[in-house]
Design a protein around this ligand. Structure first.
Ligand SMILES: Nc1ncnc2c1ncn2[C@@H]1O[C@H](COP(=O)(O)OP(=O)(O)OP(=O)(O)O)[C@@H](O)[C@H]1O
Length: 269
């Protein structure tokens, strides 16, 4: 069996926060994982276990203090925006709060258009015509299932679920190959959670992108991920397919996380 080359390769990654004086906090302690095209890897654990620190390191927003993180064979590390290599543009992040990535003063289509023009510039490609940008914006909105009638709205005139769809459309508009999503559905109501979760699964299946989803909610991740890693105090304590972890968790900690979910969501068929 030949296995595809991973998009993202994390080996023994560590994140350390320097405190006052000599104290330092080792928030991520030597974790390893691969994310392949067409795959969703879920990273789950309770609050403070180091999930966001790992997510930020995987996308180059946080320095690592050990190990290595590579995207398409190139080292991922924090760099000022203007020095960020064009080769890192296909590695994008979706945040828990869609407002973090939306400009409140720009209409939906304007901000997606700006992202398209900005990425073309960064990649030293020809400036796209207005007609081309319009078509790409329409395509991005279509992919995330947003009603085209909403394209002239400002973010404040959208629901939470619609705002998260726009945030996802922005990352899809730049030829994205890999998305790191940090609690992408935690801020949404229950019905939007299901719909946006299904959307993420569908994007991975139809576009062949890779995705790492970080969440405190094992049930939500298990319903859409292929493989999962359970994180505790900065380490992965259990790894397996979503099915294995859902049905045969070996570690008591994983079973505790499962036990914290009163109404079990069945895995998507
Ligand atoms: N900038 C920082 N400086 C110092 N310590 C930090 C910093 N960011 C996070 N930490 C600490 O690192 C540990 C891991 O935090 P992190 O936010 O990665 O966990 P998390 O699992 O994402 O939690 P949550 O779901 O609550 O965001 C925690 O003990 C946290 O207090």
């Amino acid at each position: 069996m030949t296995e595809s080359t991973p998009l993202l390769r994390v080996r023994d990654a560590e994140v350390t926060y320097k405190g006052r004086g000599r104290s330092a906090k080792l928030a991520v302690r030597g974790v390893s994982l691969d994310v392949h095209p067409g795959e969703i890897v879920g990273i789950v654990g309770e609050s403070g276990c180091g999930k966001s620190s790992l997510a930020r390191a995987m996308v180059g927003l946080q320095a690592t203090s050990g190990g290595s993180i590579e995207f398409l064979g190139e080292r991922v590390r924090p760099l000022p925006i203007r020095r960020r290599a064009a080769s890192m543009i296909p590695l994008q992040m979706v945040f828990q709060d869609p407002n973090a990535s939306l400009n409140p003063r720009r209409r939906v289509d304007e901000q997606i258009g700006e992202v398209i023009r900005g990425s073309r510039k960064a990649m030293r490609q020809a400036v796209p015509s207005k007609a081309e940008v319009d078509a790409l914006v329409a395509d991005a909105l279509d992919r995330v299932g947003l009603d085209p009638a909403l394209r002239r709205r400002y973010p404040h005139a959208l629901s939470g679920g619609q705002r998260q769809r726009v945030a996802i459309a922005k990352v899809l508009a730049v030829d994205t190959k890999m998305i790191i999503a940090d609690e992408p559905i935690a801020s949404l109501d229950a019905s939007s959670q299901k719909r946006v979760g299904a959307l993420l699964r569908n994007l991975v299946d139809t576009m062949g992108i890779g995705m790492a989803i970080i969440s405190h909610d094992l049930a939500v991740v298990a319903s859409i991920a292929d493989t999962m890693a359970v994180m505790r105090a900065g380490e992965f304590v259990e790894k397996g397919t979503a099915e294995q972890l859902w049905t045969h968790a070996r570690q008591p900690y994983t079973r505790e996380l499962l036990g914290a979910v009163p109404s079990l969501v069945s895995r998507a068929a």
